[in-house]
Design a protein around this ligand. Structure first.
Ligand SMILES: NC(=O)c1ccc[n+]([C@@H]2O[C@H](COP(=O)([O-])OP(=O)(O)OC[C@H]3O[C@@H](n4cnc5c(N)ncnc54)[C@H](O)[C@@H]3O)[C@@H](O)[C@H]2O)c1
Length: 385
């Protein structure tokens, strides 16, 4: 068996995303299965080093994950030719500078979204990688969620007829911390730390809408900071300076209209933390993270508006759950495997830093739309290249 070792510098792995999704469920899980079998006689074996600021946390993460190497010296790791990929899941505000250093050191880049905090900086990272001939990718994990894969299959099979609209409800209550502890890091609620739900969620909506339904042409966006004060990790109150809910409308190619509510200040009475409803001339679908329900034209009830009688139709009855038709890996792991194949075998990988920059661009223009209270067209980044 030919074993191809790929050295990966993993920075920011002590965080929520870094630990759970990228290290434990992706890289450590691949190593635990003796690597990624890419050909009958060839395996790609990730060889990670965990990088961060806190030696004690890194050591304990090594114990937890089975990874042996850790370091608090990013520069030394970048100078080591045994490492081929730089991965970044640090807080958003630190990403662009660290990625830029890694590009200078000649590493292939894979990183969390948003790739930067403004579009020129995000595009600059893409250009630098292209010029240096480095492979690059951005985390767009939601594309590999079972619920979204099911919608994709429906589209591939022309289930919807013409797609008219897409409505997404995302969100849940993030506790403020006064009595019940918060379940998200406090930097998310401070503008000065590059927090805010617009910069956090617009990159996701960009690739989901672009990939499944068609490129976004314009946006109108209204946001709010509904909760003005929260309690931080040390138990101290702080002022929330970033928005915690955003209500946005998008126009896509072919006239499809999308509306997306994203909120950390809402309570869930729907199938899942995110629900995506797609309405088409021939059928509709509602997907959550894993499940997807469909209603075909022939199953569509005919409601009559009459509040004076008890509702005679149970509207949930006429939906059919899509059965499991294929295997679904953890969504983060699925993308990691494709990126590793891209680096090791040169296989195509389309979720690159240009796509990452489009996510940053949408966040920036959504913020502008909110500030200026107006509709904003989205210029094509490809044309600007
Ligand atoms: N793909 C997704 O679904 C998804 C979901 C949530 C967050 N994210 C992204 O992942 C990144 C990390 O988010 P998270 O929720 O894991 O955050 P987190 O606060 O849990 O982790 C942040 C990481 O950055 C490190 N860090 C380095 N310098 C720091 C500093 N000065 N202050 C604070 N932390 C510092 C921390 O040690 C930690 O490892 C963000 O850019 C976020 O947008 C992606």
């Amino acid at each position: 068996m030919k074993i191809k070792k790929i050295g990966i510098i993993m920075n920011g792995v002590t965080g929520r995303m870094g630990t759970n999704q990228h290290l434990l469920r992706s890289i450590a899980a691949i190593i635990a299965q003796d690597g990624l079998r890419v050909r009958p006689d060839e395996v790609v074996l990730p060889d990670p080093i965990l990088v961060g600021r806190n030696a004690a946390k890194l050591k304990s993460l090594c114990l937890q994950s089975g990874v042996e190497k850790w370091s608090t010296d990013l520069d030394a790791c970048l100078a080591d030719a045994d490492y081929h990929i730089y991965f970044d899941a640090q807080i958003t505000g630190l990403r662009a500078d660290s990625v830029q250093k890694a590009i200078q050191a000649g590493k292939h880049i894979y990183c969390e979204k948003p790739t930067a905090t403004d579009t020129p900086a995000a595009l600059d990272l893409y250009h630098r990688c292209q010029e240096a001939g480095l492979k690059n990718g951005v985390v767009q994990d939601k594309l590999w969620l079972p619920g979204l894969i099911k919608i994709k299959r429906l589209i591939e099979n022309a289930f919807f007829g013409d797609i008219l609209s897409v409505r997404i409800e995302f969100g849940y209550w993030v506790f403020e911390g006064h009595s019940i502890a918060a379940q998200r890091p406090s930097w998310n609620y401070r503008k000065e730390d590059q927090g805010g739900i617009i910069l956090d969620m617009m990159p996701h909506w960009r690739y989901i809408l672009d990939d499944l339904f068609g490129n976004i042409k314009g946006v109108s966006c209204l946001a709010a900071t509904h909760i003005p004060e929260r309690i931080d990790e040390k138990g101290n109150p702080y002022a929330c300076t970033a928005e915690d809910a955003v209500y946005a409308t998008f126009e896509l190619e072919k006239g499809i209209i999308a509306h997306i509510n994203s909120s950390w200040t809402t309570r869930v009475r729907r199938d899942d933390l995110v629900t995506i409803q797609v309405d088409g001339t021939k059928g509709s679908a509602v997907a959550g993270l894993r499940e997807c329900y469909v209603q075909h034209y022939g199953h569509t009830p005919k409601p009559i508006w009459n509040p004076d009688i008890v509702q005679p139709i149970n509207y949930l009855d006429d939906w059919i759950r899509i059965p499991q038709q294929e295997e679904y890996a953890n969504a983060f792991r699925a993308e990691w495997e494709l990126f590793l194949r891209h680096v090791a075998l040169g296989e195509p990988f389309s979720w690159n830093l240009l796509e990452g920059a489009k996510g940053v661009q949408l966040a920036e223009l959504a913020l502008q739309s909110w500030q200026e209270k107006r509709w904003i067209e989205i210029p094509s980044l490809e044309e600007a290249l």
